[in-house]
Design a binder for this molecule. Structure first.
Ligand SMILES: [Zn+2]
Length: 364
């Protein structure tokens, strides 16, 4: 094994990434070392890079990662499903990890919200073991991470977004209680929204409505399960609400999912819902997402509103199985639509930030 590896280091918000080399050390008993096969740029990486939310630096960003096992600690022999794992296997793993006692995990079954939970792509690169983010040649998987072996049939493009975007949407569509015959609105058709459309359809929705301002995304949404798409760059908010309510007979949608990261869409989402409708928010991951709503609507319409952040380990398994089962029905391969090398990470971030690509992949 090579005893050093390269990483694209994020030194401070909005500064160029710098390729640096760090030493690799042998794994401890509960760790795994992987050679990164692919990492994709998630919207939250862009928020960190642009300084919209705090992230330690110098660091290695990237948490949507897959890789091949190089070295396995002696206490690890199986993945979270109980399947044996060995050096050379391609795996995905939870974007977060936590080791130790946890009130939220033990009492409320919310391991994703343990106080002190850590996420890949959120550590100082100067600290041991240096490699804890996706935009590097290697990544250490630390204790408290959920590991899942990937079947050979999945391409890297299909497999990489599973541990953040897809698993989050498994959690979101569960929280939205989407069931047979529902009409579902998805606000924002980035990777989360496209998987949201596909999952809503797979969960039995009769009608899926996708909303975005990027016209190329509307086309992918139609292939991903959306029955209607609306280009909000050409519509006033009230026109959009009227158009959505018109197709959601008799009195609006059963569920609305926000994955666009823009708080201003919330009043429109509330107006689209029928009495007793469900609203799940998942895109507003940065602080200060302030918005004014008429809370009377919540009361009079019996609306249930819920926020979702991270996911339960079961959603990681559901995400993988959903992609495997539905990869011929929906064009998941097309969603990761561009590839860059580690040294092109700056260009990749620029393209992803301006939304000229759907999901940029880094192949280190
Ligand atoms: Zn993410």
């Amino acid at each position: 094994m090579k005893r050093a590896g390269k990483a694209a280091v994020y030194e401070a918000p909005n500064t160029p990434f710098i390729i640096k080399e760090y030493p690799l050390r042998p794994v401890k008993v509960d760790e795994v070392l992987v050679r990164v096969s692919m990492s994709t740029i998630c919207r939250s990486d862009i928020h960190s890079y642009e300084g919209k939310r705090p992230n330690p630096h110098p660091g290695i960003l990237g948490h949507e990662i897959i890789g091949t096992i190089v070295e396995l600690g002696k206490n690890i022999s199986k993945d979270m499903r109980g399947d044996p794992i060995n050096a050379g296997d391609r795996i995905t793993w939870s974007e977060y990890f936590y080791h130790g006692e946890c009130y939220y995990r033990e009492i409320h079954d919310m391991p994703q919200k343990c106080q002190g939970v850590r996420k890949y792509g959120h550590d100082l690169v100067t600290d041991d073991p240096h490699f804890l983010g996706g935009f590097a040649e290697y990544c250490y998987i630390l204790p408290g991470t959920w590991i899942l072996k990937l079947p050979d049939e999945l391409s890297d493009e299909e497999a990489t977004p599973i541990n953040c975007g897809v698993a989050t949407m498994a959690c979101v569509t569960e929280a939205a209680e989407i069931s047979l015959g529902d009409a579902v609105v998805v606000q924002g058709l980035g990777l989360l929204g496209l998987y949201g459309c596909a999952m809503a359809k797979a969960r039995g929705a009769r009608l899926v409505i996708g909303v975005d301002a990027v016209s190329s995304r509307l086309d992918v949404a139609k292939k991903s399960g959306a029955d209607h798409v609306f280009d909000i760059s050409r519509m006033k908010p009230q026109e959009l609400v009227t158009a959505v309510r018109k197709v959601c007979k008799p009195d609006g949608s059963d569920a609305v999912i926000e994955v666009c990261g823009v708080a201003d869409v919330i009043p429109q989402g509330l107006e689209m819902l029928r009495v007793g409708g469900r609203y799940v928010l998942a895109g507003l991951v940065s602080p200060n997402a302030n918005v004014t709503i008429d809370a009377n609507m919540l009361v009079k319409k019996w609306i249930r509103m819920r926020g979702i952040h991270n996911y339960h380990p079961r959603h990681l398994i559901q995400a993988l199985d959903f992609v495997c089962t539905n990869r011929r029905r929906f064009p998941f391969k097309e969603i990761v639509d561009s590839k860059f090398s580690l040294s092109e990470l700056g260009v990749a971030f620029k393209r992803a930030s301006e939304r000229s690509v759907l999901r940029a992949a880094i192949v280190p």
